[in-house]
Design a protein around this ligand. Structure first.
Ligand SMILES: [Zn+2]
Length: 241
C-alpha cells in the first residue's frame, strides 16, 4: 500500500492523523510507514521534513529523517522496543520551521529557473538543489553574455517578482495532461508518485514534487550569488531567506 502524500495536495497542512501500516527495524535504523503522511521525504533536491509522531496514550517519538521507497514514506526514529500495533492511529506532525526553510529554498529555486530562462532562453534547467547552504540550479547549455551583468539583471528581476508577490500554483495531472502543458519533460519523472506541476504567477508550469510557499511575498529575499560554467552546463548558485 502506497503512502498518500498529503503535502502534494496541501502545502499548509502541518499535521495529520494516520494509520500505521508497519514498523521495520533494519541495519539503517527503525522506521514507520503510515497510510498517509504530511512529511516530505528527502529527494528531488530537497531536504526532508522532521517532526514527531504521537498516539492517544501520549507516547511521542521524534522523527529525525524521512525517505521515500517504492511508493512509501519511511519515517525514521528511535522507537526502542515499543510494540506498534498495525492499524493503530498516530498523529503525524512536522516541524514548521524546517518546512518553511525547505519551502523557501525550493520556491526560490523556481524563481531562479524562471528568471534565468527568461533572460537566456537557450538554457534548459536540468537539476535543482535547494539546500540552504548549497543551493543551485543547473542548466544544460552555456551563456555567452557577461555573467556579472547577467547576475545583476537577474537579481533585479527576482526582486521585482518577489515585490509583486506572485502566487505559486500547483496542479496534479495525468502524464498526458503534463505532456501538453510542460515544455521540457524531465527524463526522470517519478513512477511511484502522483505527477504535479508548479507555476509562478502566469509563467510556464514545471513538473515538481517538492514543497513550496503559497506566494513569493513569503520570501524575504532570493539572490543569485554566482554563475559558473562546468562541463557544458551553467550552474547558478543562489541564497535565500
Ligand atoms: Zn518545486
Amino acid at each position: 500500500m502506497n503512502t498518500e502524500l498529503i503535502y502534494l495536495k496541501d502545502n499548509n497542512l502541518k499535521q495529520v492523523t494516520a494509520k500505521l501500516i508497519k514498523m521495520e527495524t533494519t541495519e539503517q535504523g527503525q522506521y514507520c510507514i503510515f497510510d498517509q503522511s504530511v512529511f516530505y521525504p528527502k529527494g528531488g533536491g530537497q531536504a526532508c521534513d522532521v517532526g514527531t509522531i504521537s498516539n492517544d496514550s501520549k507516547v511521542v517519538f521524534d522523527i529525525s529523517y524521512t525517505g521515500f521507497h517504492e511508493g512509501q514514506v519511511l519515517h525514521y526514529g528511535d522507537f526502542k522496543d515499543f510494540q506498534f500495533a498495525e492499524g493503530s492511529s498516530w498523529e503525524l506532525k512536522i516541524d514548521p520551521a524546517v518546512r518553511l526553510t525547505n519551502s523557501k529554498g525550493h520556491t526560490a529555486g523556481h524563481l531562479v529557473h524562471l528568471v534565468m530562462e527568461e533572460l537566456v532562453p537557450e538554457l534548459t534547467a536540468t537539476k535543482g538543489h535547494h539546500f540552504p547552504k548549497d543551493a543551485y540550479i543547473r542548466f544544460d547549455g552555456l551563456t555567452n553574455v557577461d555573467r556579472d551583468e547577467l547576475i545583476l539583471k537577474a537579481n533585479e528581476n527576482i526582486k521585482k517578482y518577489i515585490d509583486e508577490g506572485f502566487p505559486v500554483k500547483s496542479e496534479i495531472l495525468s502524464l498526458d495532461q503534463l505532456k501538453k502543458l510542460v515544455k521540457n519533460i524531465p527524463f526522470n519523472l517519478p513512477e511511484d508518485k502522483p505527477l504535479r506541476t508548479i507555476a509562478i504567477g502566469e509563467y510556464f508550469p514545471v513538473p515538481c514534487g517538492g514543497t513550496h510557499l503559497n506566494d513569493l511575498s513569503e520570501l524575504k529575499s532570493a539572490t543569485i550569488t554566482k554563475i559558473k560554467h562546468k562541463k557544458g552546463n551553467t550552474v547558478v548558485g543562489y541564497a535565500f531567506d
